[in-house]
Design a protein around this ligand. Structure first.
Ligand SMILES: CC(=O)SCCNC(=O)CCNC(=O)[C@H](O)C(C)(C)COP(=O)(O)OP(=O)(O)OC[C@H]1O[C@@H](n2cnc3c(N)ncnc32)[C@H](O)[C@@H]1OP(=O)(O)O
Ligand SMILES: O=CC(=O)O
Ligand SMILES: [Mg+2]
Length: 567
């Protein structure tokens, strides 16, 4: 079984759960709420339990394989193309053709499953909205349950929201974006849903509840006979894609819909996965609608994979962009791989967001986004991500102008030249300097992000950029790496080394700066001190924690005892 019990303390099993109508072996430890009960129905829970019972051992095995791979990398091995799957990479085969509803995905907006944002995103003019249970969401019980309610209402077209402060009512437009849902990664537990006494895989809760309640309405209202549609995060190997494929097949069987109804885009956002793109597409070939360059987690994964390789240290986070050779090679190979297999190659997220109070800074930010999107469309990407509705017109303009009039570039941008991308290209160490300001910024951003996450916000604007779990991970692991190897900060001309003592001073000073910036009141009411403890502990840990959010998750689990579950 999945070893999530190590991560969250699970009190002894109870025989029954007051409030929720649970099937045998299912126990809900989250707060009772009558609205939540309309999601946590007996049948829906039975479906989630059947997925968990069917797939927990497969997930557990896949997580063990991740650990083994980590050991190999830590002993000096490098990620590489698998010789055993060479024939598969060289053979000619195609994924199922994209469903008509998804031919054109040139701009996709993303955001957490928060009610107003769901409506705004669906109305934003983007072709797709990716509703996020992952990088952009702090998965506390309230966020999760409300997220499912919001998605159910969105799929049925009945979602509305009354902003009382502004006396504004939000409703869906006639024309809306197509909805994708991103469940959490395999590694995250859902500690409020116990099955047979153990926390459930978070992604199976996210997928199972959403699929159970929405497959039918989605196919009618959104998917033109196909769907539901998903984004799949943070995979490291095609064996993990096989599990998703089997989950999809099991769900289709339960619903009595044809194989290949469900479609999913896999984020290539770990370094090992870039060597597995054909294999991942092959596993999901009946269910695939392409791959996406999840650039922020990818950078995080580069550091994580090379945590024991002091010759592959990253420069300042702001210098690790898509212009670096390893990033460009990854995007080129992803496009070539997808188009060869007949599916979309999606671009990623530029971190800039609109800057309301400074027109010239706003224009500069927009220009950076335009440049990033121009690079993507000229490289052959079929669409890209937008973090904010205010960016959509500029992004759409770039893609409209360079897509040659078609809905995508699958058959017009084959990128055969990228067949020559080699392992060395994908692994090349990024160039640039390391600076004290880089260390300070990582610290300031990391602490503020964790503070936001602990209080329920999984994506936040910080210093005019979008920050989420993936971008914050880069700050954390970069600090860890610099501390571990006591790197010299060569960007300042001072030659200072990053020691525990220096870091301690930086943390103190950055906490003072955060307090000045957010104000005393917000600082004392927020969770900055707790966040600082979590972040600093992780940066200085002798062994790198696999994920920032795993430790932080323990701080947002609230187990409701039997007697108070109706409060
Ligand atoms: C690495 C990755 O995984 S990227 C994907 C995951 N990350 C994300 O999805 C981040 C998505 N973006 C966001 O969460 C937000 O844009 C933030 C946090 C970056 C900025 O949020 P804010 O500062 O609140 O934005 P701002 O105040 O400018 O919002 C203006 C309006 O746009 C709306 N808005 C902003 N971003 C979004 C969005 N992504 N989707 C829908 N609506 C949005 C707001 O709801 C607000 O609506 P209103 O005028 O009706 O009240
Ligand atoms: O999920 C996207 C990323 O960049 O990470
Ligand atoms: Mg990501």
């Amino acid at each position: 079984m999945v070893g999530f019990e190590n991560l969250v303390e699970v009190p002894p099993m109870r025989k029954t759960t007051v409030g929720y109508d649970c099937p045998e072996g299912v126990d809900i430890r989250g707060r009772y709420d009558a609205e939540f009960a309309s999601i946590l129905t007996r049948d829906a829970l039975q479906f989630v339990a059947s997925l968990q019972r069917q797939f927990a051992s497969h997930i557990s095995y896949a997580m063990d394989c991740r650990k083994e791979a980590k050991l190999r990398y830590n002993r000096g091995a490098l990620p590489a193309f698998d010789p055993a799957t060479n024939p598969l990479r060289h053979a000619d085969w195609l994924c199922a053709p994209p469903p008509p509803a998804l031919a054109d995905r040139r701009v996709e907006i993303t955001g957490p499953v928060e009610r107003k944002m769901v409506i705004n995103a669906l109305n934003s003019g983007a072709k797709v909205f990716m509703a996020d249970f992952e990088d952009a969401l702090a998965p506390n019980w309230e966020n999760l349950m409300r997220g499912h309610i919001n998605l159910r209402d969105a799929v049925r077209g009945t979602i509305s929201y009354h902003d009382k402060a502004r006396n504004r009512v939000y409703k869906l437009n006639e024309q809306t974006a197509k909805l994708f849902v991103r469940p959490r990664g395999w590694h995250l537990p859902e500690a409020h849903v116990l099955i047979d006494g153990r926390p459930t895989a978070g992604c199976l809760v996210d997928f199972g509840l959403y699929f159970f309640h929405n497959w039918s309405a989605f196919r009618r209202n959104q998917g033109q006979g196909f769907g539901p549609f998903f984004y799949l995060p943070k995979m490291e190997h095609s064996r993990e894609a096989r599990i998703w494929n089997n989950v999809f097949t099991a769900a289709e069987k339960m619903a009595g819909i044809e194989n290949g109804s469900i479609r999913a885009t896999v984020l290539i956002e770990t370094l090992p996965a870039v060597f597995q793109m054909d294999e991942i597409l092959y596993e999901l070939r009946e269910h695939s609608v392409g791959l996406n360059c999840g650039r922020w987690d990818y950078i995080f994964s580069y550091v994580k994979t090379f945590q024991a390789h002091p010759d592959r240290l990253l420069p300042d986070r702001v210098l690790v962009g898509m212009g670096q050779h390893f990033m460009r090679s990854y995007s080129d190979l992803l496009i070539r791989t997808c188009h060869r297999r007949g599916v979309h190659a999606m671009g990623g997220m530029a971190a800039q967001i609109p800057i309301r109070d400074d027109p010239s800074a706003n224009e500069a930010a927009l220009e950076l986004v335009r440049k990033d999107k121009l690079r993507e469309v000229l490289a052959g990407h079929d669409g890209t991500w937008a973090a904010h509705p205010g960016l959509i017109p500029a992004i759409a303009e770039v893609f409209d102008a360079h897509m040659g009039g078609g809905p995508n570039q699958i058959y017009s941008a084959k990128r055969e030249d990228a067949a020559g991308v080699q392992a060395e290209d994908l692994l090349q160490t990024p160039r640039g300097v390391r600076s004290m300001e880089g260390l300070r910024l990582n610290t300031r951003v990391g602490i503020q992000y964790v503070a936001a996450w602990l209080t329920g916000s999984g994506s936040v604007p910080l210093y005019n950029l979008m920050e989420d779990a993936a971008t914050a991970e880069i700050s954390r692991v970069q600090n860890w790496q610099w501390l571990k190897y006591e790197v010299e900060l060569d960007g300042d001309g001072l030659g200072v080394r990053v020691t525990a003592e220096l870091f301690g001073r930086v943390v103190e000073e950055e906490m003072e700066r955060i307090e000045r910036e957010v104000g005393k009141e917000r600082f004392s009411k927020g969770m900055y001190r707790e966040a600082c403890k979590i972040f600093a502990r992780q940066c200085t840990a002798p062994t790198l924690d696999d994920f920032l959010t795993l430790d932080a998750y323990n701080h947002i689990v609230v187990h409701h005892p039997l007697a108070s579950s109706r409060l």
